[in-house]
Design a protein around this ligand. Structure first.
Ligand SMILES: [Zn+2]
Length: 198
């Protein structure tokens, strides 16, 4: 007997999520069909609500209920410094660590082995932003691993023509650690100890 088409479609949709292979997606699909219908639909509603209510900030790429986001519109923040991060989750981490400037979210990092190139990231938007706004400092806050460093190097070169000071967070963060998993005191130190890239 063939599996019902709707079950195939659910399993197939789950496979497209990051870190979900064929075995896990099948298990999840059967799980969603075995729990009470209301519970399964709660997940569907949460996805729909998040996608409908949460917007991508057209200035910095952060996620919020409004565009421009609350951070971009906050008059209390230091508008001379922009922290460049890989994703919106990193914004939350640096907020918790006490950063009070502006952000630019790349939505990824250069990773040739995974097929992610410069053009796939919000890099041109960053360059345009820097040229238009005359920031005092751009701090590159990618994680200190191979791809994070490669992305930082690439950005440093791309931004060199803008005459803005380019800095990199200090290396107190353990190599290979994700920014979102590092203690906020370590992130605060890494920010405090940031240095110019030559
Ligand atoms: Zn924003």
């Amino acid at each position: 007997m063939k599996r019902p088409a709707a079950l195939e479609a659910l399993s197939e949709a789950l496979t497209r999520l990051p870190g979900i292979g064929a075995v896990t997606s099948e298990r999840l699909a059967y799980h969603l069909l075995s729990v009470p219908k209301t519970e399964a639909l709660l997940l569907a509603d949460a996805i729909r609500r998040a996608r409908e209510e949460i917007l991508l900030c057209s200035r910095c790429g952060n996620l919020d209920h409004v565009d421009p986001c609350g951070i971009c519109e906050d008059p209390e923040r230091d508008r001379g410094i922009v922290l460049v991060v890989e994703g919106p989750r990193e914004v939350l981490s640096f907020e918790a660590a006490g950063f009070r400037g502006l952000y630019h979210v790349l939505h990824g990092r250069i990773a040739p082995l995974e097929g992610v190139q410069e053009k796939d990231l919000e890099i041109q938007k960053l360059i345009d932003r820097v040229k238009a706004s005359g920031y005092r400092e751009i701090c590159l806050a990618m994680a200190p691993d191979l791809e994070g460093e490669a992305t930082a190097d690439w950005l440093r070169q791309a931004l060199s023509e803008t005459q803005t000071s380019i800095t990199r967070i200090a290396r107190g963060i353990p190599a290979g650690a994700s920014i979102t998993q590092v203690q906020k005191s370590i992130l605060a130190d890494a920010l405090e100890g940031r240095r110019g890239m030559s």
